[in-house]
Each structure stands twice: as C-alpha cells, then as structure tokens.
Design a protein around this ligand. Structure first.
Ligand SMILES: [Zn+2]
Length: 435
C-alpha cells in the first residue's frame, strides 16, 4: 500500500511541470505590426507599433535602431499583467543620412523557453533622409496671362513621389521624360490672385521631404468681360427636364436651375480635374489648334455671367470656354490630334467629347447632339468627332469649346495661335517636328 502511494507521489512530481506547461505554456509568439511600411524616412514621420498576445499577454517591447556600430533604444516598454494588446508611437532621432536597421523585440508572459517567454523579432533595413530634393529650373522665360497656360522644364536631384507646379490651391502635375527632365504644363487659373498665388515648383521625395522652388515669370493681368444671361420660363421648361433625374426631389424649375448651375457645375468641374489625370506623359498634338470653321464667337473665356430671371439677378458664374455658333448640327472637327478620354453625358456640358493631347492638355467639345467617337480612340487633327447641338445647359445650338490643363480651364485663344504655342510651349522642349 505504502509503495503505491510513493509511486503516485513520484508520478505527480514528474507530471507536474508537464501539467503546468500544458496549462500555462502558450507557445504562440506575440503579433507585431509597424506602420507605415516605408523604405525611406525622415525625422518627422510618426511610426506606430502594434503588439498583441492572445495567450498570457505581453511582457516587454523594445524598439532599437542600429547604424554603423551605434545602437539607440527609442522605445522600452514593460507591460503589467494581462496586457493583451498595446499600441505606441515613436519618431526617429537624429541619425546619419543613409541606411540603418530597425528592430522591434517583443516577449510575452508565457512560461515557454525556461520562463523567458516567446519572442517576436521584427527587423527592417531603412534609409534615413531628411534632405529635400534639389529643383533646378531649365526653362528660362515664362510669360503668363491670367487664365492662360505656361510650361516649365526642370530637373530634380532624386526620385520623387509627387512633383509639379502649385498656384494657390491648384496643383499641376509634371511628367518625367526619357531624358530625365520634368515637363510641367500649368495654368495661371482665371481665379488665382496675381500678387499672392505665386507659381512654385514643388517636389516630394520618397521620405516625404518637400522642396519648393520659384522660377522667373511675367504675368499679364486681365479684366474679364461682364455678360448678362436672361433665364426665361421657356428655357426652364425645355432645358431642365434632362436634369430632373439628378435632383428628383426638386419640383420647382427655377430652384432646379440653381442647383444645376451651382452644385452640378462644381461637381462637373471636379470631374474634369479627375479626367485631366488620364493623360499621356508626352504631347500628342502638332501645331496650332483648329477653331470650329465658319462659326461666330458668342461668348468668351472668363465672361463674368450674371443670370437674370424676370429682371432679377439670381446667380453669377464664370464662363470658362468659347461659345461658337454656326449652322445647327454642324460637324465638329477635333482641334488637334490626341486620344478620346471622355465621350458621353457630363452634366451641364451635356453630350461631351474630351480629347487628351498629353501632359494634362485636353480639349473639350460640349452640348453636342451627336458623338461619332469612342473613349480610348485616337483621333487626327480635323477628324469629325460629332455634331453641334444644345444638350446640357445651352440656350441654343452651338459648340462650347474648352481647353483644359490638368482639368483646369484655360483660355483657348492661346492654343489657336501658332506663334504663342511655339514661343511658350514647343520651343522649351525642343520639339522641332511639332510646329
Ligand atoms: Zn459655353
């Protein structure tokens, strides 16, 4: 009997660690995540570490940086019992420019490994870069008109994630060429402030260091014409039907008109900005742009329109194209060669074709009654792309012709002028075969 009891005690003593291990010995390593996941970083970036342990919880976490033979601890965190999840932030201290190693070591409260717990190790090689890229303008003169376009050519000293020209709140992306140079077609928008919104080249490198560089330019200020548009009940009855499905709750035709003229117009302008990004990284056009033949100019770029209903001023908007009227359903030629990026209904513009000519330059043909091209199709200068009409917000049959730079409307008159194109655009990029 005594022997049996001894045997039982011996068995229990032997089984005990196994039992304890079975109960407390979680063998899963803590989960670790570092965000954002970058390769190049500067000392402004905030990193976030997330640690989780589903077993007995977290014990200890360290974030260590190694560069050359130096080691810096940026985070050292001991956890109280039952901490299963934790997240913390850190920034990089001053390091030498160049590569360094980032280590995160995290242990849990498991009895595994003779009581040391399970350890997760996150290891990554990164590049420390706090120097902004160097921007060097290559093009010399930039003559701009308010509402017009310009081209700046420049070099950037390192790889970038974003570069182009800022004018006030507007941003015009640049496109890198095979020779390494950046070409940026930009506008001095009709509503930019001449003395405050200074066109500036910006460049953001892989580590988010931002460089800004001004360049020499001359701006011709402009005063735009005033124009009066009378909104008749006949116009409201005949024109507003096409917009009723967009604002189904608006039964009053005048209120519907105001919604279309204000909020739909703003939405359509935003859509143009998005379409403007669908562009070739080189010019697709040659020579000057064609003007609709035998057509009279009915409204100009930048016209300050006042809308009147029964003699009362009800709205104000800026007209950002040229209205050209000839015969009803007149054939519309492509102003220049390019690729169709939009062919269909677009709010206030009605049935529209938009042709991309590269580097963000696009031409727009609005209020069409018929469209003869499809999205994605390449078109030649002069090719008939549709017929004029009065779809969208148009009083009568005409062509609203627009030119856009990265979706921002510019004065089309410049693009009808062979000399203007040569002096301001093509001479800067030595595109001798294009004019
Ligand atoms: Zn128009």
């Amino acid at each position: 009997m005594k022997k049996k009891i001894y045997m039982l005690i011996i068995i229990l003593i032997c089984a005990c660690p196994g039992l304890i291990y079975f109960v407390f010995g979680d063998r899963d390593k803590p989960f670790l995540k570092l965000s954002p996941d970058l390769i190049c970083v500067n000392d402004q970036k905030i990193f976030q570490v997330l640690a989780r342990d589903q077993g007995l919880g977290l014990r200890h976490l360290q974030v260590i940086l190694r560069q050359d033979k130096k080691q810096i601890t940026v985070l050292d965190q001991a956890f109280s019992a039952k901490t299963r999840s934790w997240s913390g932030e850190f920034k990089l201290p001053k390091l030498k420019q160049g590569t360094f190693e980032l280590l995160i070591i995290c242990t849990d409260r498991s009895w595994n490994n003779w009581g040391k717990g399970n350890t997760s190790l996150y290891q990554k090689k990164l590049i420390y870069d706090t120097k902004a890229p160097l921007i060097s303008p290559v093009s010399k003169t930039h003559n701009l008109s308010q509402g017009g376009a310009g081209l700046v050519v420049y070099r950037v000293s390192e790889e970038v994630t974003r570069t182009g020209v800022e004018v006030g709140n507007y941003f015009f992306p640049a496109y890198q060429q095979k020779n390494g140079l950046y070409y940026c077609l930009f506008a001095f928008p009709y509503d930019a402030r001449p003395d405050k919104d200074i066109p500036t080249v910006i460049a953001l490198d892989m580590a988010d260091n931002k460089a800004k560089r001004r360049f020499y330019y001359h701006l011709n200020k402009r005063k735009f014409r005033k124009d009066r548009i009378n909104i008749s009940d006949r116009f409201l009855k005949s024109r507003m039907v096409q917009f009723q499905t967009l604002f189904p709750d608006e039964k009053d035709l005048l209120q519907l008109f105001l919604k279309v003229n204000q909020s739909l117009r703003a939405k359509n302008r935003q859509q143009l900005r998005e379409i403007g990004l669908h562009t070739a990284d080189h010019f697709l056009f040659t020579g000057k742009f064609l003007r609709q033949p035998n057509a009279a100019c009915r409204a100009s770029f930048g016209d300050q329109r006042g809308y009147y209903y029964h003699g009362q001023l009800i709205d104000k908007q800026t007209h950002l194209g040229v209205d050209l009227a000839s015969l009803a359903r007149a054939p519309v030629p492509a102003a220049n060669s390019g690729r169709v990026v939009w062919a269909g209904f677009l709010g206030i513009y009605g049935q529209v074709v938009i042709i991309d000519h590269g580097l963000g330059l696009q031409s727009l043909y609005a209020h069409l009654s018929q469209i003869d091209v499809q999205e994605g199709e390449s078109v030649r200068k002069g090719q008939i792309i549709g017929r004029t009409g009065s779809t969208g917000m148009a009083g009568g049959d005409h062509l609203h012709f627009g030119v856009l730079v990265s979706g921002v409307p510019v004065n089309p008159v410049e693009w009808w002028d062979k000399r203007w194109i040569k002096n301001n655009i093509l001479s800067k990029i030595e595109a001798k075969g294009m004019y």
